[in-house]
Design a protein around this ligand. Structure first.
Ligand code: ATP
Length: 199
């Protein structure tokens, strides 16, 4: 599995549509300070499902929408599409390529697509879980991240190891099943109260 293409429009410093083709091997993005290199990494992690503005170096999610420059007016929507190769079938979908799109409007409304089909944020997060690209995964190492991992609490470090070991999705499914079980138990309690009242 590899990242083949990044398309960015209206995200942070990218007011106009930008398309970056990545070829097999190592790709390096160079540029002067403040030219938007880290914004590309932010665009990738946002599209992969990051929902914490602080992790995208902002205070509110709206901060990621292009706020205008000397030459260009602000825009109303940010959109990022990542195209990943799926020849090795890392993703359990019958496609050779997986294109994940995320949009955010100034109104706060969000849209998500997998191969142009609308989906939920949850579906995107589930798709990337345990692939090494999941939220908080080790495949995106930002400035200071190595220090952060070394000095993190054991439980935080464990989550990095769990993602690498591919067990995050099972933990997530277990938590979801436990939530449903608790809701079913509450329903059962309510039904037995009603039965007692009627008896
Ligand atoms: P360095 O080499 O110093 O780390 P960099 O190339 O990684 O810099 P970034 O941090 O990616 O640069 O980009 C910073 C630039 O992005 C700043 O000029 C900032 O004004 C611009 N920027 C961030 N958010 C927005 C936004 N919402 N609208 C317009 N410009 C933005």
């Amino acid at each position: 599995m590899s990242l083949k293409r990044i398309e960015i429009q209206g995200f942070k410093s990218f007011g106009d549509r930008v398309r970056l083709e990545l070829y097999p091997g190592l790709s390096v993005i160079v540029g002067p300070n403040g030219s938007g290199k880290s914004n590309i990494a932010d665009a990738i992690s946002w599209c992969l499902g990051e929902h914490r503005a602080s992790q995208l170096r902002g205070s509110r999610m709206e901060d990621i929408i292009f706020a205008g420059s000397d030459k260009r007016k602000p825009v109303g929507m940010a959109e990022v599409t990542l195209t990943l190769d799926n020849e090795t079938k890392t993703f359990p979908l019958p496609y050779e390529e997986i294109a994940v799109t995320r949009r955010l409007y100034r109104s706060g409304e969000s849209e998500f697509f997998i191969n142009k089909v609308p989906c939920r944020l949850k579906d995107i997060q589930a798709l990337f879980m345990d692939t090494g690209l999941g939220r908080g995964a080790y495949s995106l190492i930002g400035q200071g991240k190595v220090d952060e991992i070394l000095s993190s609490r054991p439980d935080e470090r464990r989550s990095v190891i769990e993602e690498a070991a591919g067990i995050v999705k099972y933990r997530y499914r277990k938590e979801e099943a436990l939530r449903k079980l608790a809701a079913a138990e509450q329903d059962l309690d309510r039904i037995s109260d009603i039965i007692n009242e009627l008896a």
